[in-house]
Design a protein around this ligand. Structure first.
Ligand code: CBF
Length: 818
């Protein structure tokens, strides 16, 4: 049991400051105070961390190319139950915990939803008490820092590793491993006629592990996120490779080699839901996969787990296709190092691997050129080729048409389809919300679903409620505990008990007061950082997420333009408009031109609207720079309206929708992704729904019949705001306006912005009307909080544990193994 004593903590803290920096507390900067606190906490947990690494039960290894952790201090203190004692102790030392919290770097080792989900899952695996660990990459530069220059996004490298280290991590040089690229594969029979595979002339890269403790809530479980840094091998490792020796021949070559190795973990690809397709990305994928799988085998050997017993002792989860090479890498070790036959190796591999698909967007589907794979990872190529050969033979034996075989093949037309590899080689395939899973089964992966329906299942995403409610909205969390006790912290289904208070005016008023306080805090932040004054009495209407055309930030800002025109047209009439602050936060991938144009549009509209005295502050637009986890923790508790307005079918799940709901915002949404589950929880009377149904979108896509031009010509208001994009009405907007205009009109509005905008405007009007009735609004807010318990990632993780990881391979999968 990890305990804390204030007196001892203070002594420890002083001593650590002296050990680390040879200075007094008074001399220390906030960064130094943070480092010291971090080391003190690591000292306190070290015994339990060590203990948790021992295999008592099945261990889960979650492979993800992104872990968007966010700051760790507050959530670690919460999970350990140390916050109050440490706050007081520091206070007595003249130190403010909140200031230290703000000086922690925010590791942005992910783009958005997928990486953040992986971080929530780590928190939940530790909190429900399983041995569940992450493997990823220790990027030197995380997601870029966003700056606005002349209203446009400019990307600045994110140097989160100030002084090259991060205080939560522990580097373990004695556990470094070698990852091999390029070279030749030699196959020879030995004296006993066994096939011996050797990899010659490869380029060795060393994977150096850095461990971050993942602390469970209120238990002693401390798991590990192991992220790997790429380096040139130290001499011991280098001996094995002729390449490394040759590089020593010339200084120039040695430098080139150093660059080759270090480049691998240098930067996170800044693409969300988009396939990068570049050689370096493939190197990154193999890098952390190979290191991770080797590491698992090393642990298994240490704990004397036999290869046959692997499916009972470990589960490997492939988070989207980026870690798909886990499959051939595991096969490689079983075949080439453990000396098992193909059938034995396949039998074990398929029983260990499970896979989550996170998107149906075609542009996100990874396909690697066979030539690149063959050259960079020759042994991986050979194994994938063999898996494909056997699979395709099997399909042909079943009598399927060549068309169908073509669609299902792993390799086709010079490309390797990574999703197909995962589907064929895993015992479980899941989508991340009901509609998404349905689309996988019935549309995108239908061939595979018809073939092996028992592999498919849904696991609706979730969020770490400890971070997203308790830590980021303490006033609300305290109110909840005061009303229903603290059982909800461990089991969020208890939140439902809040419904008892739906007619209690005192509770509703308190809810409103808490929201107001959070809005004031956010308003202060915006004043300080954006120099925009916003009114906390206005509706805070928030859309924060990656900038992508399918997420339709464009529809939101076009609607703002409509409101602006309405105000100007009626300037003498003093329109009774409910004051609104439209808040945006979004990063665009640096190469995604349309998304960057939309950012510029939002910023230009913000300048126009905010500085026009005729608007009289009725509407304001704020685009908060550099949106990320730490900012989300400030913004979400302050929101009244949660904008979840993606084109139906396109957002696999979304997770900010869940965070907003849990913090009492009302959802304005299409029935897309997990908005469907929100609707199932609260009903249409407690949210604002609009827009095309999934069927309508699919029908338009299949059969056509949509013309944005027709809409544009037939709807005057629409024509007016679309024309604003190109007629100089919006100062500062240049060629970007034309780009957006073309996407909407010339290229027929792929994401149905103009088709849905009327209904969207109606829903917005309903919001304005309802906000006037504060009691009604607060009731709806309470109902949303009370029904948000299902969206805790503890629930999601328990489902993964029960239906996938601990259940293991289904009988049907066993019977059907190729
Ligand atoms: O499942 C987590 C999230 O993943 C994405 O961000 C992704 O694939 N990159 C999806 O776009 C989200 O809908 C989803 O919530």
């Amino acid at each position: 049991m990890i305990t804390i004593n204030k007196k001892r903590f203070k002594e420890h803290f002083r001593r650590k400051m002296n050990n680390l920096y040879a200075q007094t507390l008074e001399e220390a900067s906030n960064e130094e105070l943070f480092n010291v606190l971090c080391y003190v906490i690591k000292d306190m947990i070290s015994k339990d961390w060590e203990g948790s690494r021992i295999y008592q039960e099945k261990a889960v290894f979650y492979f993800s190319i992104e872990f968007l952790l966010g700051r760790q201090l507050k959530s670690n203190l919460l999970n350990l139950g140390f916050e109050d004692t440490i706050r007081q102790g520091l206070n007595e030392l003249g130190i403010d915990l909140d200031e230290i919290v703000e000086s922690e770097p925010d590791p942005a080792l992910g783009n958005g939803g997928l990486g953040r989900l992986a971080a929530c899952f780590l928190d939940s695996m530790a909190s429900v008490g399983i041995s569940g660990h992450g493997y990823g990459i220790r990027y030197k530069y995380g997601l870029f820092e966003q700056k606005f220059v002349n209203n446009s996004q400019v990307e600045v490298p994110d140097n989160w590793l100030i002084n090259s280290s991060y205080s939560w991590e522990t580097v373990r040089p004695n556990r470094a491993l070698l990852v091999k690229y390029e070279g030749k594969i030699n196959m020879e029979k030995d004296d006993e006629d066994n096939l011996k595979v050797t990899h010659k002339d490869y380029i060795p890269v060393m994977a150096m592990p850095y461990d971050i403790p993942i602390i469970g809530y209120g238990n002693e479980c401390i798991n590990t996120l192991r992220i790997w840094k790429s380096e040139i091998p130290t001499r011991d490792f280098g001996k094995s490779s002729s390449y490394a020796k040759n590089q020593a021949a010339s200084y120039e070559d040695a430098l080139k080699y150093k660059y080759y190795a270090e480049e691998i973990s240098q930067t996170l690809y800044p693409n969300d839901s988009n396939y990068a397709g570049q050689l370096l990305r493939l190197k990154q994928e193999y890098f952390f996969v190979s290191a991770g799988i080797q590491d698992i085998f090393r642990k298994c050997r240490r704990y004397k787990i036999t290869t046959q017993d692997l499916p009972n002792k470990i589960a490997i989860h492939i988070n989207d296709t980026h870690p798909a090479l886990c499959i051939p890498e595991m096969m490689r070790i079983l075949l080439d190092e453990e000396g098992l036959s193909w059938d034995e190796s396949w039998n074990i591999t398929i029983k260990v691997m499970s896979y989550t698909n996170h998107t149906i967007l075609c542009e996100a589907m990874e396909r690697w050129s066979e030539d690149i794979m063959k050259k960079l990872l020759p042994r991986m190529y050979m194994i994938i080729e063999e898996i494909n050969k056997r699979y395709v033979n099997d399909l042909r034996k079943k009598g399927y048409s060549e068309e169908k075989v073509k669609r299902m093949a792993i390799m086709y037309d010079g490309e390797i389809r990574m999703a197909n590899l995962c589907i064929v080689s895993s015992y479980s395939i899941n989508g991340v919300a009901q509609l998404h899973t349905k689309l996988l089964k019935e549309e995108v992966l239908n061939d595979f679903y018809e073939e092996e329906s028992y592999k498919f299942n849904n696991k609706t995403n979730g969020i770490a409620h400890r971070r997203w409610l308790i830590s980021s909205n303490p006033e609300l969390a305290n109110l909840i505990t005061k009303l229903i006790g603290n059982k909800w912290i461990k089991d969020t289904s208890h939140l439902k008990e809040l419904e008892k208070f739906v007619d209690d005016e005192n509770v509703l008023n308190r809810l409103e007061e808490i929201k107001f306080n959070n809005k004031v805090k956010l308003a202060n932040y915006i004043k300080e950082n954006n120099n925009i004054t916003i009114d906390p009495n206005s509706i805070f209407d928030v859309q924060v997420k990656r900038l992508h055309a399918y997420k339709r930030q464009l529809m939101n800002i076009l609607h703002v333009l409509c409101l602006y025109h309405e105000i100007l047209d009626n300037v003498d009439l003093e329109l009774d408009i409910q004051p609104r602050t439209f808040i945006f936060g979004a990063k665009a991938a640096p190469g995604y031109y349309l998304a960057k144009c939309i950012i510029k549009l939002i910023n230009c509209v913000a300048n126009l609207v905010n500085n026009d005295p005729r608007v009289k502050g009725k509407i304001k637009v704020v685009f908060i720079e550099n949106y990320g986890v730490s900012l989300a923790e400030k913004i979400i508790p302050a929101a009244n309206v949660s904008e979840q307005i993606s084109t139906t079918t396109k957002e696999a799940s979304g997770t900010s929708n869940m965070k907003f709901m849990m913090n009492g915002a009302l959802t304005l949404a299409t029935l897309d992704g997990a908005n469907v589950e929100i609707y199932q929880q609260v009903g249409k009377e407690n949210m604002f729904l609009f827009g095309l149904s999934a069927k309508q979108v699919l029908d338009y896509n299949k059969y056509g019949g949509y013309s944005s031009k027709d809409l544009y010509h037939s709807n005057k208001l629409l024509k007016r705001v679309v024309d604003d994009l190109v007629n100089g009405f919006i100062p500062g907007l240049g060629k970007e306006g034309r780009e957006i205009y073309d996407a909407l009109i010339t290229y027929n509005d792929e994401y149905f912005v103009l088709r849905d905008i009327d209904e969207y405007a109606d829903a917005q009007q309903r919001i304005s009307n309802l906000y006037k009735d504060k009691i009604k609004w607060n009731k709806m807010s309470l109902i949303n909080i009370a029904n948000s318990g299902i969206f805790s990632s503890d629930r999601t993780i328990n489902e993964y544990i029960e239906d996938i990881w601990f259940k293991g391979c289904d009988e049907d999968v066993q019977n059907n193994i190729i």
